[in-house]
Design a protein around this ligand. Structure first.
Ligand code: URA
Length: 279
């Protein structure tokens, strides 16, 4: 019979075992060189007493004085969404949109990501692909879809005669969620105005959403990818209507290669639409 008590290891874990444990738990990036003992910080160390009232500090984020990685409370989601909408609306070019995003502090994911992952490919392309959020490789390089699923996306593009000089690639979320967790609905809503503005500025003839989170956020499709894929929709960029389709995310195809056959059908429809919309 199994012991009711957890086994106590007879030796401390090795550094390799500890790192493996952290990785398994989703801790795969270091924010500081040294651990921070928050209990030793003056505010925590000085106990409050009835006759020593707490000094209330104003809620001002002094960005310059705060080292990278220090958790800064982001604004309330509805304030962040409103300010994202306002900021994205005013960006007249892709370069300015990128700068705006780089300076935007309304999304908590920015604090844990290494860098912004804005886009890759040709901004003049007639087709734009939108994924969900960067992973580890993208976070390290600053480019979308460069890891394993990116390699598959490149093969998918190549299958219909495209590559990163003839396609434009971005994500709904431009910062890596820690440990590759799913972005929260609030994080998605905060980032949505930026990707929508990016689509408007690229103004492709054909928009392809990769996977369910992207198709739900951008195309507002309610179904799962199995039902929503392969059908044409109309996406209103704000300046014109373009053809849009949802298809499988390459990461999903890596896990479920049996669906590559259906993905190939979608790719052929995309290729055909590009020929039809050619001017
Ligand atoms: N998955 C995504 O959705 N986007 C990337 O950039 C990489 C993996």
């Amino acid at each position: 019979m199994a012991s009711p008590h957890p086994t106590i290891p007879d030796r401390p874990p090795t550094a390799r075992e500890l790192l493996a444990f952290y990785l398994e738990a989703g801790v795969d990036c270091a924010l500081h060189d040294e651990p921070v003992n928050r209990l030793s910080e003056p505010e925590a160390a000085a106990p409050r007493t009835m006759d020593a009232p707490v000094e209330r500090k104003p809620l001002v984020m002094e960005q310059k004085a705060v080292p990278r990685g220090t958790p800064i409370p982001p604004p309330a989601p509805d304030i962040a969404i409103a300010s994202a909408r306002e900021a994205a609306r005013t960006a007249p070019t892709l370069d300015e949109l990128r700068t705006l995003l780089d300076n935007f502090d309304g999304c908590a994911l920015k604090a844990t990501a290494t860098r912004l992952v804005f886009a890759d490919g040709n901004p003049e392309a007639r087709v734009m692909f939108v994924g969900e959020a960067p992973g580890r490789d993208e976070d390290l390089t600053g480019l979308p879809f460069v890891g394993r699923s990116g390699k598959l996306l490149d093969l998918m593009l190549r299958a219909i005669g495209l590559d990163r000089t003839t396609a434009y690639i971005a994500n709904v979320i431009p910062w890596r969620p820690p440990g590759n967790r799913d972005p929260s609905p609030q994080e998605t809503q905060i980032c949505l105005p930026f990707i929508k503005r990016q689509i408007e500025l690229v103004d492709p003839d054909v928009l392809v959403c990769l996977g369910k989170p992207s198709s739900q956020a951008v195309l507002e499709l309610k179904d799962g990818i199995m039902r929503s894929r392969g059908r044409w929709h109309t996406y209103d960029t704000g300046t014109r209507s373009i053809r849009a389709m949802a298809t499988f995310h390459p990461a999903y195809l890596l896990r479920q290669p049996i669906y590559k056959r259906l993905a190939w059908q979608d790719l052929r429809s995309i290729s055909k639409a590009l020929t039809q919309t050619q001017t």
